[in-house]
Design a protein around this ligand. Structure first.
Ligand code: FE2
Length: 435
């Protein structure tokens, strides 16, 4: 099967490009391709990107926020964990799979093709892990799912936590997780990170630790995670998720730690909608934003990306898997709002997330790689973000996952007939940072 996509607007490329797809791979990318016998699809100058990547979500918890015992009244992280503990006692593998599938469907319908999900392994029945292992296999031709063995109630604060975590890795989880700031004592938190690094090496797994998801500027587990993984030579196989307390750290401490972060090459995941809601709850005013130093990490050349984290679960009531929404919130909250920053902001939900997932060898619009891409209803990255453009087409392994008609309004008023999302503006210009 051969398809020729004409007039694609690629990021950071001046001229429109034709894209030839053959046997599920990118077979040619050039300003003009002549070929016989291929189905031709005109993209009309629309922005064409590698797929969105969801680097951090909890698919075992989605849509449970309104179940008995789940409603979070304080809207804090800790009440969410307590309420989820009640909910998870009664869920079945089948019920969990149906909820997770609904969330995957929502994410995919917005252009996501790769998902890293945390699954709670502080459960002797391993219900979450079993459900997501089955889905990872059942859906593998449509979406890549990475599973983090996540000790939601602690490695040393939950009975047999360390053994359950190790069991999850033997069962097939892709990454080792942690939650050091939730452990009963700082010493337990430190011990938990030593355990995570030990297990990652023993089973050759990636690391993705929930780390310092608190406003407490004395929660400094990121420092230890960085040091341990750097010394073990696995810094670039490690992701630190949330790291909210780093946003509250004093300047001198942050300056020192930043130097180690650059050397260690960790990836960072920030969850803008989740943490702007959960954090700052113990503050009066001024009230902190609760996010890590996304802009400063990014400007230092450290890999950082944005994630959804939750969909209607005990921690967060909203969420629909649309990473454009997350990106829009993220660049506002983190003040990444110069024209140049906006023009390159898609990296925060595409290639940076792919780097965190360690899938770059298969990711990107390049000849020879799997033909995975999305097409947005806009003619430039800047316009796509300004308009929160929809994903009109998602192609995975050369197959169309979906095609969406652009939103249009009916009107007799001439003023309103001007189409705000028109792709007729050919004044495409790559914005560079003049600052
Ligand atoms: Fe999370």
């Amino acid at each position: 099967m051969r398809k020729l996509y004409r007039n694609a607007r690629l990021q950071d490329v001046d001229a429109l490009q034709d894209i030839l797809v053959e046997d599920g791979k990118f077979a040619g990318i050039a300003p003009h391709i002549e070929t016989e016998g291929a189905e031709v699809i005109d993209l009309a100058g629309r922005l064409t990107l590698p797929p969105y990547v969801e680097p951090h979500i909890h698919l075992d918890c989605v849509y449970t926020g309104l179940q008995d015992g789940a409603a979070n009244r304080s809207m804090t992280l800790f009440e969410g964990i307590k309420n989820w503990s009640t909910v998870k006692a009664t869920v079945s593998v089948g019920e969990m799979k149906e909820r997770a599938k609904r969330a995957i469907r929502e994410e995919m319908s917005h252009g996501v093709q790769f998902i890293r999900t945390h699954v709670d392994v502080t459960n002797p029945k391993q219900t979450s892990l079993k459900a997501l292992l089955e889905l990872r296999e059942e859906l593998k031709d449509l979406v890549t799912i990475q599973i983090v063995a996540f000790p939601q109630e602690g490695i040393y604060s939950f009975p047999n936590g360390a053994a359950l975590l190790e069991e999850a890795l033997r069962m097939g989880a892709d990454c080792v997780g942690a939650i050091p700031h939730y452990e009963l004592a700082r010493e337990f938190g430190e011990k938990s990170l030593h355990k995570v690094v030990e297990l990652a090496q023993k089973y050759d797994k990636l690391i993705d630790a929930h780390c310092d998801e608190t406003d407490d500027d004395q929660s400094r587990f990121l420092e230890l995670l960085t040091a341990l993984t750097y010394q073990a030579g696995i810094g670039d196989r490690t992701t630190a998720s949330h790291t909210c307390s780093f946003g509250s750290a004093n300047g001198a401490y942050a300056f020192r730690l930043m130097k180690t972060l650059v050397k260690a090459k960790l990836s960072f995941v920030s969850c803008p909608t989740e943490n702007i809601s959960l954090e700052g709850r113990q503050d009066s005013y001024p009230k902190r934003r609760g996010l890590t130093r996304v802009k400063e990490l990014h400007d230092a050349g450290i890999n950082v990306c944005f994630a959804q984290d939750s969909i209607a679960d005990p921690w967060y009531p909203l969420g629909n898997g649309n990473l454009m929404n997350i990106l829009d919130h993220g660049i506002h909250i983190c003040q990444m709002m110069s024209f140049a920053e906006i023009d390159h902001a898609f990296d925060l939900i595409t290639v940076n997330s792919a780097r965190a997932l360690h899938i770059l060898d298969q990711y990107g619009i390049e000849e020879g790689k799997p033909a995975n891409f999305i097409v947005l209803d806009a003619d430039s990255p800047f316009e796509a973000i300004r308009q929160r453009a929809d994903v009109l087409r998602s192609v995975h392994g050369g197959e169309e996952l979906f095609v969406r008609e652009p939103a249009r309004i009916e009107t007799d008023i001439p003023l309103l007939r001007a189409d705000a999302s028109s792709t007729t503006d050919k004044n495409y210009k790559i914005i560079t940072d003049k600052a």
